[in-house]
Design a protein around this ligand. Structure first.
Ligand code: AMP
Length: 537
């Protein structure tokens, strides 16, 4: 039996890749490297090179934050290495082991494993392990590049590898299959009941005009429902519900299971839609309410009573033994309409007229939803991909806030102050109160610039967070104002992202807590309000 491939062989190859800017050259070197590995090693290497993130089912499980890793790095003493010891499979196994630890004391156990691993690593190996743990292995190993290298190494078309990957949701397993079983193995990959398929995602369009530029023909508009994506698998009386991240959430949704058994008129199917929290009148409630349904581990019946939900279906991937995700959306929608009760269907409009789309958009907002998703009628269902086939259009709201502190970045952002603490003003006391944090929306150059400016405004530095004089004003977009017990302001901006650095504004001109409160209250002109006893702030 050949001896296991050393991890060093992979880091050497990655260093070479880092030194070349030619895409072709990178693919060539990668494919030669992959060909030299055995089955188990191919899977491990590909998962490591894609930051362990491409096994969608395991995503996020490592959960080792930059801060912990820094501590581990400082406290790990390095033994002098006589000979390189780490193997590709060994490194992968240890990282997976760390990733699978949950619950009390998990942090220190994760730290111990990573620390042991690092103590057997050379300087270069350490660097790569750290980058892999952080999921930020930026040597140009984007998924696209790995896919091409896999297809070259296996001698099969890229499309076939990509199709298998989208269905399997695990790039490592895809690579293993491609190299071991070639074309035949890849062709066999299909959709199986009770094995969730990675959901197709939507790109963003700034407005409806741009939708018509991107979908010049007629477009299917659906309400963008503000809930949780669900993929429902049914075979006879057996129903399972999976979340967007492919976890099984059936136990939280027995009412949805009943509904599907009653209203989906087919024995075998995989359908997709959105579950939305609603009040007694059926009006949507804020997203935060729905989350209570999933967090609750105790009395499910009580949760059902307190947070009733509605199901809106918008897609079908599989029907009675046939995979239908390769059919155009217009076909899939027609099938869906045939097999499920009308009241379960997400409202839709097929049009090529801007005025009709605008009217439909307003209706969606008026009824408490988020906007629209525009879907190209001829688009196939592409699992796990965010493409132009689906475009979401939302009502944009922005606030002007000031930066009061910034955290040091990790991984690729480690040189920068990149996570900004955002505050608004309390107009009565003049205090600045935080409403959220974000690192989204800036280019690398802007991060450089902001880091220098923030350093010049430094008041205090604890090694991780730098408190600054409140001078830099940002315009941030967000999805929704939520109540929050974490911030003194009482509110948090959901998914805040930076639209602009407002050099033209001073901290005296930022928005106030009262404005944030108003925006929060405004939600209830469209949505139902959580019952008083349920409110936590
Ligand atoms: P995003 O999470 O920003 O990529 O937006 C896509 C998400 O919007 C999906 O994962 C769904 O949970 C949600 N969504 C709401 N309404 C629809 C719809 N009609 N079609 C597809 N996705 C929808």
């Amino acid at each position: 039996m050949p001896s296991p491939t050393l991890f060093m062989k992979m880091t050497d190859m990655l260093q070479e890749l880092g030194a070349t800017s030619s895409r072709r050259e990178k693919i060539q070197r990668l494919s030669i490297f992959l060909k030299g590995l055995d089955e188990q090693e191919v899977r491990a290497a590909v998962l490591l090179m894609s930051g362990l993130a491409s096994s969608q089912r395991d995503r996020g499980a490592l959960e080792v934050k930059g801060r912990i890793l820094q501590r581990v790095l400082y406290s790990t003493s390095q033994t002098t290495l006589e000979e390189p010891e780490l193997t590709i499979v060994g490194v992968y196994d240890q990282l997976r082991r760390a990733a699978s630890i949950f619950g009390a004391g998990s942090r220190s156990r994760k730290e111990a494993i990573i620390s042991a691993l690092l103590s057997h690593a050379s300087e270069v190996e350490r660097e790569y392990i750290v980058r892999m743990v952080l999921g930020e292995l930026r040597v140009g190993l984007a998924e696209g590049l790995l896919l091409e290298a896999i297809s070259k190494a296996a001698g099969v078309e890229r499309e076939l590898v990509r199709r298998a990957y989208t269905l399997i949701g695990d790039l490592g397993e895809t690579a293993r299959l491609a190299l071991k079983e070639r074309r035949e193995g890849l062709m066999r990959v299909g959709v199986r009941l009770f094995e969730p398929v990675s959901p197709m995602l939507a790109d963003t369009a700034p407005d409806l005009e741009s939708v018509f530029r991107m979908h010049p023909e007629r477009t299917i508009f659906e309400y963008k429902l503000d809930g949780a994506r669900v993929q429902i698998h049914r075979q006879g009386e057996h129903v399972e519900v999976f979340s967007r991240r492919l976890s099984r959430i059936t136990p939280s949704l027995p009412d949805i299971v009943d509904l599907v058994l009653r209203s989906l008129h087919v024995q075998e199917a995989i359908v997709e839609g959105e579950v939305v929290a609603v009040d007694e009148a059926g009006r949507p409630m804020p997203f935060q309410e729905l989350m209570r349904r999933f967090r609750r581990t105790g009395d499910v019946q009580e949760a059902i009573r307190r947070v009733p939900v509605r199901l809106f279906l918008f897609d079908i991937l599989y029907l009675s033994g046939k995979v239908v995700l390769d059919l155009p959306l217009s076909e899939r929608r027609r099938i869906l309409e045939e097999v499920c009760a009308k009241e379960l269907l997400a409202p839709m409009l097929l049009t090529d007229k801007l005025s009709e789309a605008e009217e439909f958009f307003d209706r969606s907002i008026r009824e408490g939803h988020e906007g629209l998703v525009a879907k190209a009628p001829d688009a196939r269902y592409t699992p796990g991909w965010r493409g132009k086939g689906w475009l979401k259009v939302k009502k944009a709201e922005t606030l002007d806030v000031v930066i009061v502190a910034a955290d040091r970045g990790s991984g690729r952002r480690h040189r920068w102050l990149s996570n900004y603490h955002l505050a608004v003003r309390d107009s009565e006391t003049g205090d600045l109160l935080e409403v959220g944090k974000t690192f989204k929306g800036l280019t690398d150059e802007e991060f450089e610039y902001m880091t220098a400016r923030l350093q010049s405004l430094k008041i205090m530095d604890d090694g991780y967070t730098v408190k600054v004089k409140p001078e830099i004003v940002l315009e941030v977009a967000y999805d929704e104002v939520q109540m929050s017990p974490h911030y003194r302001s009482g509110y948090a901006l959901r998914f805040a992202r930076i639209k602009r650095i407002r050099e033209d504004k001073s901290a005296g001109e930022i928005d106030t807590v009262e404005k944030v409160k108003e925006l929060y209250e405004a939600i209830f002109r469209r949505k139902a309000r959580p019952r008083c006893s349920d409110r936590r702030v």
